[in-house]
Ligand binder design. Structure first.
Ligand code: AP5
Ligand code: MG
Ligand code: ZN
Length: 226
């Protein structure tokens, strides 16, 4: 299965990407997570990406496209992939359309996880991530509200560097200006599936699985269209 996940910051791309990757047995590739790893490793790429990420701007297309092209050529992508946070601009979507045929494969679905801007801001300000294993949580969850360590690995839970109020607002603006047109791009290609991202996590997941499985029936909250 070859999918891309679209949606506002905080829509649940990372959360659903993990669930889908496990269920479909394909890698979850998040360009944001790749950049965060490079920043942590203090690499040249990390240094280049950091100033853009700190401001909530997009890292230049040529940098992101190169990383994704290289990653999709790795052997674990032979049976598919879940791309999270890429493409994020129409030029990135066009670059993906050029790269996939070279690998002998095609994109099957673009999943648009839809939430309101108010919900995006709420989720971003409540989000905590494990600084050790990268798992994502919400301060709203009872077990997390009562503890400052990761239930998976015991690592410290922290706020993501770009989850400040000003940067989050800029990320929303950048999404609407540069990434939202990608939704129409895939709609015109007939592979867009829109899911209501304000349902509980497992209902969002089931909605996506129902839409992408062969002969899958689309439920009321899921459908092809914007
Ligand atoms: P990236 O890391 O992709 O960030 P983003 O798009 O802003 O999205 P988030 O990771 O904030 O949200 P998410 O949709 O993954 O939600 P999550 O599952 O965590 O990119 C960061 C930066 O990197 C960009 O700003 C840019 O600078 C750069 N970048 C990345 N890719 C690029 C590219 N292709 N080109 C150029 N630059 C690029 O969930 C959010 C919270 O909500 C969590 O707390 C979660 O627990 C909770 N939650 C999830 N689902 C639900 C639910 N159904 N109900 C209630 N709570 C939920
Ligand atoms: Mg994410
Ligand atoms: Zn952890």
């Amino acid at each position: 299965m070859r999918l891309v996940l679209l949606g506002l910051p905080g829509a649940g791309k990372g959360t659903q990407g993990d669930l889908l990757a496990e269920s479909l047995n394909v890698p979850h590739i998040s360009t944001g997570a790749i950049f965060r790893q490079e920043i942590e490793g203090e690499t040249e790429l990390g240094k280049r990406a950091q100033s853009f990420m700190d401001r909530g701007e997009l890292v230049p297309d040529e940098v992101s496209v190169e990383i994704v092209k290289r990653r999709l050529g790795e052997p674990d992508c032979a049976n598919g992939f879940i791309l999270d946070g890429f493409p994020r601009s129409v030029p990135q979507a066009q670059a993906l359309d050029l790269a996939l045929p070279q690998l002998g494969v095609a994109l099957e679905f673009a999943i648009n996880i839809k939430i309101s801007e108010a919900e995006a801001i709420r989720r971003i300000s409540d989000r905590l991530v494990c600084s050790q294993c990268g798992a994502t949580y919400s301060r709203k969850w009872e077990d997390i509200a009562q503890s400052s360590v990761c239930p998976e690995c015991g690592g410290p839970l922290v706020q993501r560097a770009d989850d400040t109020e000003d940067t989050a607002k800029n990320r929303l603006r950048v999404y609407l200006e540069q990434t939202h047109p990608v939704v129409a791009y895939y709609q015109s290609r007939g592979i867009l599936v829109t899911v209501d991202g304000e349902q509980p996590v497992m209902q969002v997941f089931t909605g996506i699985i129902d839409a992408v499985k062969p002969g899958g029936v689309k439920n009321s909250s899921t459908g092809v269209g914007q």
